[in-house]
Structures are given as C-alpha cells and as structure tokens.
Design a protein around this ligand. Structure first.
Ligand code: ADP
Ligand code: 5GP
Length: 203
C-alpha cells in the first residue's frame, strides 16, 4: 500500500503572500498538489475556474455542505469557501502531498478533527508592508481592503497555535523557509520507518 501524502495547511492575513508562496511550492515539488477550493465568491479578473477555485453558486455550495462533502468550510468576507474531502483524500491516497491555502477558521476545524496536518502561518514583515501589498494587488476596493486589514489583527493572534511561522519579508527567503519545512517534514523519523527498518534487517 502506498504511503499517504502529507497535508500542509498555510494560513495568513489576506495580502501576505500565501497564494504566491503556495504556487511556488507546487513548481518546486512535482508531488505537491495545490488543493482547489470551492467558493461562492465572484471571479476576479484573471481568476480561472478549476485552476484558482471551483466557482459555484450559493445553492450548490449549500448542497455540498448538506451532503457533508467539505472537510472544512468557512464564511469569509460574505462568501463561502470550502475544501472537498474527496478531492483531498484522493490526492493523499495516491501518495502525493497536498498544500491548502485556507483561512484560520478552516485551519482550526482541521486541527480540531485531529487531522495529521502540518500547520504553517505566514506573517507580513510589517503592517505598512501588508497595506502596500494589498493595495498593489488592486483586487479589492478601499472598503474591502479596510475589512481585510481589520480582520488581520485577529488572524495574526491565531499564529500562536500553528506548528511553524514564516515571515514573508524577502520572497526568496520565505520560499526557502517554506521549502525547508516541507523537506524536513519528509525526513521525520516516523515517516522514514519503512526505509530504516528495511536497511536494519538486511544487515
Ligand atoms: P494572499 O494569497 O496571502 O492574499 P498574494 O500571494 O496574492 O497574497 O500576495 C499579495 C501581493 O503581494 C501580490 O501582489 C504578490 O505579488 C505580493 N507579494 C507576495 N510576497 C511578496 C514579498 N515577499 N515581497 C513583495 N511582494 C510580495
Ligand atoms: P480570496 O478570496 O482572496 O482568494 O481568499 C480569501 C480567503 O479565503 C483567504 O484567506 C484564503 O486562504 C481563504 N480560503 C480559500 N479557500 C478556502 C477554503 O477552502 N477554506 C477556507 N476555510 N478558507 C479558504
């Protein structure tokens, strides 16, 4: 039987650089899959259905909730977002790793289910830089941006219970930190038991 893939959960206040970093990891690690969430949020310019999200109607989302199809879901800025249990498990059952870009509410749900996930929190280097990144991205209007900044304070407090914290200051450095975590998690003794035992008994 194939070993199940690892589950990496990445959260951060909006605009910190989650999407940028998660996508970078899938280019570095061919066996790492980005889990595509389901959402009721309208598409932004440049968003592609099936690549960035599965964009669905509130009615279809509700049907998935009622059918227990989400391993976690949350309402964020008036829209719903969820991770499909079947999508996630089918990737992991093939032995491939999954990286989830989800908010703190969703991460908490996974933690409370005792899922063996690796929880990683990204912090911006400063409030000033977070504001700059959010406004540079130009995906939100002024009011939406204010909303995101207000929410960021509470989100950052949640970083206290995550396994790892990365400050996304220089992109190159943050990429290296995230890469190091993924590599190190693969080297944990409990995940190397089979290889270790094979060598030990052969001698
Ligand atoms: P999130 O997914 O957390 O909302 P994004 O990945 O969309 O954030 O990044 C927000 C903006 O900040 C984007 O324009 C992105 O190119 C930029 N960005 C990400 N990381 C860095 C960094 N280390 N330095 C400067 N800009 C960054
Ligand atoms: P955006 O609309 O900017 O793409 O994402 C808004 C927020 O939704 C981000 O914090 C992102 O991490 C979160 N998000 C995206 N997909 C999911 C999901 O499936 N579940 C949860 N809980 N949050 C998600």
């Amino acid at each position: 039987m194939k070993k199940k893939g690892l589950l990496f959960i990445v959260s951060a206040p909006s605009g910190t650089g989650k999407t940028t970093l998660c996508r970078a990891m899938t280019r570095i690690f061919p066996d790492l899959n980005f889990s595509i969430s389901y959402t009721t949020r309208p598409r932004r310019p440049g968003d592609k259905n099936g690549r960035d999200y599965h964009f669905i109607s509130p009615e279809d989302f509700q049907k998935m909730v009622a059918g227990g199809e989400f391993i976690e879901w949350a309402e964020i800025y008036g829209h719903r977002y969820g991770t499909s249990r079947a999508d996630l498990e089918s990737i992991r059952d093939e032995g491939r790793d999954v990286i989830l870009d989800i908010d703190v509410q969703g991460a908490r749900q996974l933690r409370d289910k005792n899922l063996p996930g690796i929880f990683i929190f990204l912090l911006p280097p400063s409030w000033k830089e977070l504001k700059r990144r959010l406004s540079n991205r130009r995906t939100e209007g002024k009011a939406a941006m204010e909303d995101r900044l207000k929410k960021a304070q509470g989100e950052m407090a949640e970083a206290r219970w995550y396994d790892y914290v990365i400050v996304n200051d220089k992109l190159e450095m943050a990429r290296e930190r995230l890469k190091a975590i993924i590599l190190a998690e693969h080297c944990r003794r409990e995940r190397m038991m089979q290889a270790m035992e094979n060598l030990i008994v052969q001698k």
